[in-house]
Design a protein around this ligand. Sequence first.
Ligand SMILES: [Zn+2]
Length: 222
Amino acid sequence: MKTLAATKPHHFVFTSNVDSHWVKAGFDETKLMECHGSTAWMQCTDTECSADDSAPPIWSAADVIKSLRESPLDETTFRAAERALPKCVKCGKLARPNVMMFGDFSFVEDRLDGQEQNFQKFVLQATANKWKVTVIEIGAGEAVPTVRYTSERLTALPGATLIRINPRDPQVPPKLVKSAISIPAGGLWTLDQIMVHIDAWSKAKDSAAAAIAADQQKSATK
Ligand SMILES: [Zn+2]
């Protein structure tokens, strides 16, 4: 995806994954919205503490991950050691990942709010500058259709195209049939194929440009 994004002047990533893999892959965090949060960040379990403005409401999970790795599970109870449990950096109570669960009213939205603003800004820019948007949706299921609905909303932009890659639910709504390409296959295989075609197309374009330049040179020297 990073190689593909580099071939375009603009991109934005919208994901429901909480594994922070887009960040680990080196994507720009200002062009990323993780709509269910991320396990790379922690927050307090106490909503009162999270509401206290005197310290950041969320913090990096790097230390927590390190401490859990250093204190393996008790294999008789399969519970983490008490000392390894993550603590709030503000009040010392139990901390939790900054990930939104279903019906989760104590999820701290600060980071997600910032990401959402960046996403809205991107959509406004795309609309104002009439960018020809291509939405590449990979493996977004129908059980929790947040990602599918987001792609379908974006495809309503003038000239936008949706590429829906999904081996199980590749179908698109009837109103989008003319602006969507449905690929019933796996994500990695499809992305590889897209890159093969882009490479072939760009080589053909380069050799056509070289042939035109050679022709022009020939007519100029006549
Ligand atoms: Zn706290």
